[in-house]
Design a protein. Structure first.
Length: 229
């Protein structure tokens, strides 16, 4: 009881905390823009631009994976990935209105990040294969038997539907947290800052030079993948 009272008192006094660094925020919004660009170029049958959007998205995804190991504290997988049991327990209390103590992803949001990264990575890799298969470029597209090629093409279409479902769930979660818990998840991803109780310490933020180096490595890896598939 005493601990609960102390938490309530601490929650009254808030302070500004940097929860999302610039590379994480830029990745988030650039990835969202490229997903929209991929959809628009597909609908307009601008396939060259569609492929370019996919390649840029692949480079960003590879960067985000590296950033999940070598980036700032709140961006690291080890920091926000909890066990499924903890995530389910957290979701059971999603409609409980309480102060926001999360300097980063909550247990359920961490798994949402992982799902989004997985489906987007699968979509970009299968899309790169489909592009090379049509253009008859890349050693793997020449070696893969027809059933494998057809399965990859079908998977590319299925994963797109999975992306739409994951994005819809992501947007729904933002809405539910705003209405049910009073937590604004959108603004911190724009400003990088969040008003949190004084008991929450400032997460460690990595310098941007490391982000530039990792993004360069990701771009080079994407070019290699594009030539191979």
């Amino acid at each position: 009881m005493a601990r609960r009272v102390r938490q309530i008192r601490m929650s009254i006094a808030n302070h500004e905390v940097v929860v999302w660094d610039a590379p994480t925020r830029l990745f988030h919004w650039a990835a969202a823009a490229l997903v929209v660009a991929a959809y628009v170029t597909l609908r307009l049958n601008w396939m060259n631009w569609h492929a370019r959007a996919g390649d840029m998205l692949l480079a960003l995804l590879l960067f985000r994976i590296l950033w999940g190991f070598f980036g700032s504290e709140t961006a690291r997988f080890s920091r926000f990935l909890a066990s499924p049991r903890v995530a389910v327990r957290y979701l059971a209390q999603v409609f409980r209105r309480e102060p926001d103590w999360q300097a980063g992803h909550n247990p359920a949001g961490g798994w949402m990040v992982l799902v989004l990264l997985a489906v987007l990575l699968g979509e970009t890799l299968t899309g790169r294969y489909v592009a090379n298969d049509i253009a008859e470029e890349g050693p793997f597209s020449a070696l893969a038997p027809a059933p494998v090629a057809n399965a990859i093409t079908a998977l590319h279409a299925i994963l797109w539907e999975a992306i739409l479902a994951a994005v819809a769930l992501h947007l729904l979660a933002i809405f539910v947290y705003a209405v049910a818990k009073g937590h604004n998840l959108l603004l911190p991803m724009i400003t990088g800052r969040k008003s949190l109780p004084v008991g929450v310490t400032q997460p460690h933020v990595v310098g941007r030079l490391r982000a530039v180096a990792l993004l360069t490595c990701s771009a080079l890896a994407t070019a290699a993948i594009a030539n191979f598939l």
